[in-house]
Ligand binder design. Structure first.
Ligand code: PAF
Length: 297
């Protein structure tokens, strides 16, 4: 493995987290862990880990004794022309971080291991909500995401699987799938980790130029505006929050919407209660998403 060579001020320590490359090896490890009474917690990721992912691992460790982190860049959830090839792959650094955060196993399969026949005949449909917002911008994305999550749940059979709230639509769809298909896993959703200026952590932030990085805080600024105008009602929230996007040429708003967290459908103007504000924008070539919760009275 390609690890950085030690310098005078660092000591290289090989990670002790066990990497499992095959479905069979995961099943064997899960069997052994269960035999010793462990609860199994899965943290599904596509790697390129940052502090947001590591917060999921930390939460997973509170929820069970055996924590499996999957690292798999799932081709099924990338459309033609999307950033599958460009998606960052940083396995060595990921393993070091997971080791430091106490993960038990890393399931890092090849594409052939996950999709041995190449063609995937049986897929999960994300339904109507899967065609909205991110699903409208990325047709098929959520079907591919749910299909791989269903496979990962089938392979690891976890008591709990942990997801980040930054991908709120993804978390909603996973919870809906688990309920609709009576899967025996509890879904835990962990708050978004942010930079000091409010930018939500994302593996895609590394693609931002310095100028784009400054402009990218527009998303979280829009959400703060939504929080501060919630008492004025839905129409005002949307108008004021959209105003944040007037300032930056580098940021192109895709959608800004207030949804009912129970259905993930847009709320009516007279909606009352907790609601989720979703935002997506292109910052240069990089697509960023974020969300917050507000209470409409
Ligand atoms: O959020 C992600 O990183 C991916 O969508 C997931 C859940 C690991 C499925 O590939």
């Amino acid at each position: 493995m390609n690890r950085p060579s030690p310098t005078a001020s660092t000591i290289a320590v090989a990670p002790t987290v066990t990497v499992l490359p095959t479905v069979d090896s995961v099943r064997e490890s899960v069997r052994a862990a269960r035999a010793s009474g462990d609860r199994i917690v899965l943290v599904p990721t596509m790697g390129a880990l940052h502090a947001g992912h590591l917060a999921l691992v930390d939460r997973a460790r509170e929820l069970g004794e055996t924590v499996i982190v999957s690292i798999f860049v799932n081709p099924l959830q990338f459309g033609a022309g999307e950033d599958l090839d460009r998606y960052p792959r940083t396995l060595d650094a990921d393993l070091e971080a997971l080791d430091a955060h106490g993960a038990s196993f890393v399931f890092a399969p090849s594409v052939d291991e996950m999709y041995p026949t190449g063609a995937v005949e049986t897929r999960v449909s994300a339904g109507h909500v899967g065609s909205l917002y991110e699903g409208a911008a990325r047709p098929g994305h959520f079907d591919g995401m749910l299909t791989v999550v269903a496979k990962l749940l089938g392979i690891t059979q976890p008591d709990v699987a942990v997801f980040g709230r930054k991908d709120a639509q993804q978390a909603f769809l996973v919870q809906q799938m688990v309920a609709d298909l009576n899967l025996a896993t509890t879904i835990e959703v962990v708050p978004t980790v942010r930079e000091l200026d409010g930018l939500a952590l994302s593996s895609r932030n590394r693609f931002l130029s310095d100028e784009e990085r400054l402009a990218a805080i527009t998303l979280s600024e829009a959400l703060r505006t939504a929080e501060n105008t919630a008492f004025e009602g839905v129409a005002e929230v949307l108008a004021e929050a959209a105003g944040a996007f007037g300032d930056h040429d580098a940021v192109k708003l895709d959608y800004l919407v207030v949804v009912d967290p129970a259905t993930f459908l847009p709320v009516d103007d007279d909606f009352r209660g907790p609601a989720t504000v979703l935002v997506a924008a292109l910052v240069g070539e990089t697509r960023l998403i974020d969300n917050t919760t507000i209470t409409l009275n």
